[in-house]
Design a protein around this ligand. Structure first.
Ligand code: SAM
Ligand code: SF4
Length: 447
């Protein structure tokens, strides 16, 4: 690689989950602390960070085609950008990316991106580097302070996973479960609120596995952290995702009935409704134990909106087992959900299992599942019509004069009134669509 001028502009392209979005924001802050500014919309950036996701197939190929596109458009413009590959594909592929893509100057894993600044200094001198270390804890302490944020902010509180579901790469790409220290999180949350955040979503691969110690040395679970953050006067809403059924505590369920700022929404993936499939997935819960958990959340907060993740076509899944998934969907009545076709990930136990389900069968099952989920989401939205609630305005809509906010139940709500990003408005939900609602402004709520 040749020596090059220091980049003046950057673009971070994040794929995949919200934790990647959070990492992308932190990398952007790190680059801005070095005096590099975001590339204006529509203009090529001097430095492009591809913040990748490895959860499903084709992710790796997509990264190489993105790199190819960047090289081609750079060559046409007479200046190739510096390219960094970050995220879970970087972790999984490491040196392989360096071999296959000479245009890439930096490959950095999700636990090492606090070192991106040093890697960049080396890249300017013509030195390519790969860093896929997993040093415990060092990353967050080494990152710059939070800058101005939108009214909704993410805060990663927990990383990694020890559950080893047989289909999943996360324990390999993100490492073992760690919880960020309590005082660091309270401090970062306060800074986010000072910078304008009114809603914070606490993030973790298993966010409810978070544990920490307060200043008095008392051990706390996620509910303890939520109760502390709720004391920040200007913070109006708290959410958390993604939870694992095995890490649900009595305290977390109770918090839903007691902490007003904790929004009535729970994302609790089940993956399948068949106990045989759940066992083969190493999920360590059954369909029945999952349903019992949901009943307890509903008892604490009767209006709670439920969401989940589903995988269809896990190796060996029969038609009868798939129908058990449809049954659990029908029993719960989800307000929202994410559903995926099983994707074999190299190195995971499920990839080596027998009886992989044919693609056409998976396609057909996914369609049927999504029809049930879509029906329930629409029903949930229709049942919300007539309700009055607070909406936090997040952005402009696509039409001129249109604004978009979120209800407490995480539904998208559109308004045609003149509003501002960050406003909280009291509104009546007047019309429901399959994936959003129309709101009627009643009054502005004091910020
Ligand atoms: N830790 C969370 C949990 O267990 O519920 C979810 C984390 S994972 C990043 C998000 C979702 O991706 C999972 O809930 C699962 O539905 C899906 N997923 C993970 N591996 C997959 C695979 N190999 N094929 C298809 N979907 C997958
Ligand atoms: Fe993956 Fe299972 Fe861990 Fe979720 S709990 S991140 S699905 S291994």
């Amino acid at each position: 690689m040749k020596t090059t001028d220091s980049p003046r502009t950057y673009r971070v392209k994040s794929f995949g989950c919200q934790m990647n979005v959070y990492d992308g924001e932190r990398m952007a802050e790190l680059l801005e602390a070095k005096g590099i500014t975001p590339a204006p919309e529509g203009e090529a950036a001097d430095l492009v960070v591809l913040n990748t996701c490895h959860i499903r197939e084709k992710a790796t190929e997509k990264v190489y085609s993105d790199i190819g596109r960047l090289v081609k458009s750079g060559a046409e413009a007479g200046k190739e950008p510096m390219i960094a590959v970050a995220g879970c594909v970087a972790q999984a592929e490491g040196e392989e990316i360096m071999k296959r893509a000479p245009a890439v100057g930096m490959v950095v894993g999700p636990q090492a991106y606090h070192r991106l600044g040093d890697m960049l200094d080396r890249a300017v001198k013509g030195e390519r580097s790969t860093d896929t270390d997993m040093p415990e804890d060092a990353k967050f302490a080494a990152l710059p302070k939070r800058r101005k944020v939108s009214p909704t902010a993410f805060l990663t509180v927990q990383e990694g996973c020890d559950k080893f579901c047989t289909y999943c790469v996360v324990p390999y790409t993100r490492g073992a479960e760690i919880s960020r220290p309590y005082s660091e999180l309270v401090d970062e949350a306060a800074k986010l609120v000072d910078a304008g955040a009114r809603e914070i979503t606490l993030l973790g691969q298993n966010v409810n596995a978070w544990s920490g110690e307060d200043a008095k040395g008392h051990t706390l679970g996620l509910d303890g952290l939520i109760r502390e953050l709720a004391k920040l006067p200007d913070l109006k809403r708290i959410r958390y995702t993604t939870s694992h059924p095995n890490d649900v505590t009595e305290g977390l369920i109770a918090a839903h009935g007691e902490v007003e700022k904790l929004m009535p929404y729970l994302h609790l993936p089940v993956q399948s409704g068949s106990d045989r499939v759940l066992k083969a997935m190493n999920r360590s819960h059954t369909a029945e134990s999952y349903l019992k958990l949901l009943e307890r959340f509903r008892a604490a907060r009767p209006d709670i909106a439920l969401s989940g993740d589903f995988i269809v076509g896990f190796p060996g899944e029969t038609e009868a087992e798939f129908e058990e998934t449809l049954n659990i969907v029908d029993a719960v009545g989800y307000a929202q959900a994410f559903s995926f076709k099983y994707s074999p990930r190299p190195g995971t136990p499920a990839a080596g299992m027998e009886n992989h389900v044919a693609k056409e069968v998976m396609d057909e099952r996914l369609q049927r599942l999504q029809a049930h989920l879509g029906r329930d989401q629409y029903a949930f939205n229709k049942a919300s019509v007539g309700k009055t609630c607070d909406i936090l305005i997040e952005r402009r809509g696509r039409r001129p004069g249109q604004w978009l906010g979120k209800s407490p139940w995480l539904q998208s709500v559109f308004f045609d009134s003149e509003l501002q990003i960050g406003d909280t408005v009291r509104a009546e939900l007047v019309h429901a669509g399959p994936s959003s609602l129309q709101g009627r402004l009643l009054e502005q709520v004091a910020a």
